[in-house]
Design a protein around this ligand. Sequence first.
Ligand SMILES: [Zn+2]
Length: 439
Amino acid sequence: MSEIVWQKRQFGHRARLELTPAQTLLIDAQAHAARATWNLLHDFWTMTPKCRRSLKAADAAIRQARKDVDWLAVLPAQAAQAVLKTYFQAWKNCWDGRAGEPDFKARFRTVMSVDIPQGRDLNIVRVHRRWGTVQIPKIGRVRFRWTKNLPVGKRANQENRITGARLVKEALGWHIAFRIQLLEPKPEPHEGPEVGIDCGVNIPLALSDENHHDHGRPARLPDGTSDRDKWLNPNEKAKLLRLEQRAAHRKSFRKPGQRTSNRLKRTYDQIAGLRATAKRRATDWQHQTTTEIARAYGVIVVEQLDIPNMVKSAKGTVEEPGKNVAQKSGLNRSISQEAWGRTMTMLTYKTSRHGGTLHKVPAPGTSLRCSACGFTTPGSRKDQATFVCKNPDCGWSGNADWNAARYILHLYRIGLVTIPAAGRAVVRRLHDVNPTIAR
Ligand SMILES: [Zn+2]
């Protein structure tokens, strides 16, 4: 018998809040104040000369604004501090090359949210088999659906507890996302097989053992553009199109500077509702698929994809516009929509929960290289779906996504993996191996 090793696990859990209309308005006001605080901070930061920028000065600017402007003060002080923290984290992400520069948050394009950084303020109580209550600063006690055993009351201690929460407004109303920390036994190492996974264009997830995970929805339409609403059925799609046309029509009557009419707002809400349905279905599919993969395989190898850069590079710059922008951005849209990043996040934590490991290999060339002989020629890929090797001694042909997945696994087997270092990935050979390609 081996001794049990314990490890900390941090994760989130989302629950819908039962709010009265008055409470909804109060949280709306808090979220607008949080957004305004961010914008104020961004304004302060970009307008202040570099030598006078500091965390202390930014903090002072926020405190002064909260004194001067009544409606900014509806946001609890803790939440305002959280905005400051997030803003500086956004700059840090930008300097480390993980994200673009922070920008102003626009009224209609921003997800409304309010942070509750201190878990002990929440005072969560389970009041019924299916209901719990939570204390929300400046709002009061609110009920939520109890669908997960949360570490509260007698179950809570230093290791097992809720460390904070965030209120997020979705199309279906305000939700609370708890940040949970638990101490759990470390899983036994997963003895399952190795697998390479390609984020395919035709198959959303192509596996090197020729299994694949498909959602029965085309990643691309025949004209080469991505079908951004593929998670909706034909009726829902038709409805979405109708709503979008209606919104465009109503918008055409709006004079500059005029407020958005209530009818237009209602149409926008209906569009957001359909989009939320599509997103929920996509996330659900991702959860099921990643769980299956994490259960079945011990070693999972994926490409190191740099999605923000891929999307950026297709557009090019003003001086040097990109070529084939429409086609490439079609591909980009389909990558973004497959939400590769979200899939990766899920795979990362699910593999570690099942005792497996996830490795990333450098992406360039995986789609153009033959997995049978290792020969690369531009144009090897006949079309998006089929790969035909141009090497006269080989001539292998097959599904392009499976080919890429097999090549990804091969890169791992010869020890070519990327290791995240200081926010950037560097390629490092793990061990010296004969680089000839195994058939
Ligand atoms: Zn070949």
